[in-house]
Structures are given as structure tokens and as C-alpha cells.
Write a protein that binds this ligand. Structure first.
Ligand SMILES: [Zn+2]
Length: 427
């Protein structure tokens, strides 16, 4: 694995200890849904967390002591496009117009370099190396790949991508929706989600059918919304660079979206989905932020910090969303806009752009909020009894007094990744 120079754990066996129980101890433990612990431990049986607390109080069974280390929940990357993971650098160049970037994506997808299945597997491997134990992936080309052979060491929600603006294309995508099966939470590390792509690529009837399918099958739904000023202009007045671009491609249909549409119109429809992830939301207005904050039980925003910076967007409304009680998760997006799939680098970026946010808040964005966004808060995202034993061990140099800052702002190595109680082999 990358950067893995672990503190060597010390193992003790208590006399008469239960052999199926292991207590992972460290100087500092960050459960995320509770106060941080000094000299704490995570007690694990099988793939589940049995207890979390001070070592002196809750430790039982075999002990693995990481010493000067910080234990956190595994990271949750709520939005990625793993099929672009073979790219060595983002497409285009920083600051390019949004429509130009879409053209680059289409060209890449048609090129001989595009291998979506191999890229998805490479992206999962990279994600695990960076401590991502749960991921939401948008799959346009190989949506069944992971169901045929579930990956090891990471929980995947594979959102099937739907694109259809013309009447004909929308009809073929509606047939795909009809073929979806219900999820299988609790028995598999791979589950289904639905992703109507974006307002400018999805006809109104297809979007509404996707929301109905989300409700009927109880599947999470991801939708790129309010990503660029060009998108807002296209929705409002059917003109601007994005409309010109779609027109040149022959992909624009004036009847697909009513003039005067705004993101709030989509949010109102999304309200009836089982769960929705608003991806990006860079240009949401105050009343739209209010709406999302008022629907935080089933609606979340996924902020992709370095992708946002790549396009040079106006500041993200992250602080306003948090003020309104909205659930905000983090995503790396794909390697078509990001140099890697390192979620910790996204945490670090948030800390730089929003210095008023505490490291505790930022760590929650990359862990528990991601699990909430995808609908897996009962399964992962924090160190809590009953949840799957997904946790990370970071070396702690004792210089930083705030344990969250060690993870969010520091560069101490990621020493170990555990998924479902299993330590992932170093490579
Ligand atoms: Zn995306």
C-alpha cells in the first residue's frame, strides 16, 4: 500500500480471553459520532464493532495496541466516476469552460484508451489504498461489473447512470429503469443506486421516472445539479455556451425542459425519492439551500472540493448549507477532474478553503455524512457498536494537540486500513 509505515502493533492475549474478540487500542480514537477518546479502543467481533471506549473500561479479548496512533472510521467517498481511473491527469486544463470539458469527456470515451471495467477495478484499488472503505460510484458503461464479482475491502453503491434528453433516448433509458432490482443491504458489499445524470442531459419524464423508481425500490439517487452558471442559464433561457454546445452536437431539444426552470424545481421532485444526493450544488441559491436543509433526513449535498477548484467555480455554499443543518458529504469525483482518488486530500483542501470550519466538522463530512448521504449511516461512517468494523489507523507524532487535525490537516502516514474487521494486506 502507499505510504504505509505503521506503528508496529503490540499484541497481548489476556488469560482466558475470548478468542473471537479483538480490541484495537491507540493513544487517541475518534468515533466521530461521540467525543474523542484518550487511550481508547475499538472492540471487534467478526466484522462488527462490539464496543468503543476507554481501553481501561471496554477492552476485552486479544489486544492489538497501535500505541502513538489515531484511529478513525474508514473514509466515505460519496461521489466518484471510477471508469475514468486510468487517466493520469484530469482532462483539459484547469479553469477550462464547462462545455469544453464535456467535449473532452466525450472524446476520451470514444478513444482506445477508455477501458471502463479495468479503470473501475483500478479505481477501487486506489480508493482502498487511501482509506476509503465506502464509495458511491457512477457507472455508465459497466453497471453490472461489481455485482458479478464484489470487490474486496470496500463497500460500493453503484449508481447506474441514465442519460437521455431526446424523446427516443429517454424512452430507451426508461426500459433500463424497469429492469432494476431492489437492493440487498446487509448481505452484500455492493448495492444499486440510480443516477439520472444532470438537468441538461435528462428529459423531464426520465428524471421523474428515476425518482419514482428510487421510491419504489428504496434506492439512493444521485443527480448532478447547479454545477455551473452555464447550466443555470440553459435551464432558465435555453441559451448560453452549454445550449450552443448541445445544439452543435444535435443533442438539444427545446421541448425537453420548460424555460424558466431552476434547480429548486428539481429539488421539489427529488423530495419524494427514497434518498437523494445532490452532486456539486455549486450555484444553489438561498431558498434552495433552505429547502435542502429542511429535508436533511433524505437529501444531502456532495461537495467535490478539488473538482470545484479545478473549474475555478465561485466559492461553494458549504458554510451556508451547514448553517441550515444540511448533510454535506465529500466526493473525489472522477480522475477526469481530479489527479487522484485520495479522499484525505479533499479533507485537507476543505480545511484550506474554509479555515473557519473545525477539523471535527471536516472529518465528519468525509465519514459519517458520506454514509448518511448514501443511506448507510446504520452500517458505517462512525465507530459505533453494531456497525461494520471499518477503521483507519494514522501514525500520531504527538506534535498536534487536536487529534482530528492530525488526520485532516497533517501528513502523518495512513498506517493501516481495516474493512469489516479485516486488515487489508499491504502491497
Ligand atoms: Zn460527477
Amino acid at each position: 500500500m502507499n505510504d504505509l509505515t505503521p506503528p508496529t502493533p503490540r499484541e497481548d492475549q489476556e488469560s482466558g480471553a475470548r478468542s473471537d474478540v479483538i480490541s484495537y487500542c491507540a493513544r487517541r480514537v475518534l468515533p466521530v459520532d461521540g467525543p474523542s477518546l484518550e487511550h481508547g479502543c475499538v472492540v471487534v467481533r467478526g466484522d462488527r464493532i462490539l464496543a468503543v471506549g476507554p481501553t481501561a473500561v471496554v477492552a476485552e479479548g486479544r489486544r492489538v495496541d497501535f500505541g502513538d496512533a489515531v484511529i478513525t472510521p474508514g473514509f466515505v467517498n460519496a461521489h466518484a466516476h471510477l471508469e475514468f481511473s486510468l487517466l493520469r491527469q484530469p482532462l483539459g486544463e484547469a479553469g477550462l469552460p464547462f462545455a469544453d470539458w464535456i467535449l473532452e469527456v466525450l472524446e476520451y470515451r470514444r478513444s482506445l484508451e477508455f477501458h471502463p471495467a479495468a479503470a473501475t477495478l483500478a479505481g477501487l484499488k486506489e480508493s482502498v489504498e487511501h482509506g476509503v472503505t465506502t464509495i458511491g460510484d457512477i457507472a455508465s458503461c459497466v453497471p453490472d461489473l461489481l455485482f458479478e464479482k464484489p470487490p474486496v475491502g470496500v463497500d460500493v453503491t453503484s449508481f447506474i447512470e441514465l442519460i437521455g434528453l431526446s424523446e427516443e433516448r429517454a424512452a430507451s433509458q426508461l426500459r433500463r429503469l424497469d429492469e432494476l432490482e431492489a437492493p440487498n443491504i446487509g448481505t452484500s458489499s455492493v448495492r444499486r443506486g440510480i443516477s439520472p445524470h444532470a438537468p441538461y442531459t435528462v428529459r423531464g419524464n426520465l428524471f421523474e421516472a428515476a425518482v419514482r423508481a428510487s421510491k419504489r425500490l428504496q434506492l439512493p439517487l444521485a443527480f448532478h445539479l447547479a454545477e455551473s452558471r452555464e447550466e443555470l442559464r440553459l435551464l432558465d433561457s435555453h441559451d448560453g455556451p452549454l445550449a450552443d454546445y448541445l445544439g452543435k452536437l444535435g443533442a438539444w431539444d427545446d421541448a425537453a425542459i420548460p424555460r424558466g426552470t431552476r434547480p429548486l424545481d428539481y429539488l421539489r421532485v427529488l423530495q419524494s425519492a427514497a434518498r437523494s444526493l445532490i452532486v456539486h450544488g455549486n450555484y444553489l441559491q438561498d431558498d434552495e439551500l433552505d429547502f435542502i436543509g429542511g429535508n436533511s433526513e433524505r437529501m444531502a449535498v456532495v461537495y467535490c472540493p478539488r473538482t470545484h477548484a479545478y473549474f475555478g467555480h465561485e466559492p461553494h455554499p458549504l458554510p451556508k448549507l451547514l448553517e441550515r443543518g444540511a448533510v454535506v458529504a465529500l466526493g473525489t469525483d472522477g480522475r477526469c477532474t481530479n489527479p487522484d482518488l485520495n479522499l484525505r486530500a479533499e479533507l485537507r483542501h476543505v480545511a484550506q478553503v474554509f479555515p473557519m470550519l473545525t477539523p471535527e466538522t471536516i472529518l465528519q463530512l468525509g465519514t459519517l455524512n458520506g454514509a448518511r448521504a448514501i443511506g448507510l449511516a446504520g452500517e458505517c461512517g462512525s465507530l459505533s457498536p453494531g456497525k461494520r468494523a471499518d477503521f483507519l489507523v494514522f501514525a500520531d507524532d504527538r506534535q498536534e494537540r487536536n487529534a482530528c487535525a492530525v488526520v485532516v490537516c497533517g501528513d502523518s502516514p495512513l498506517a493501516a486500513v481495516y474493512y469489516g474487521g479485516r486488515r487489508l494486506a499491504a502491497e
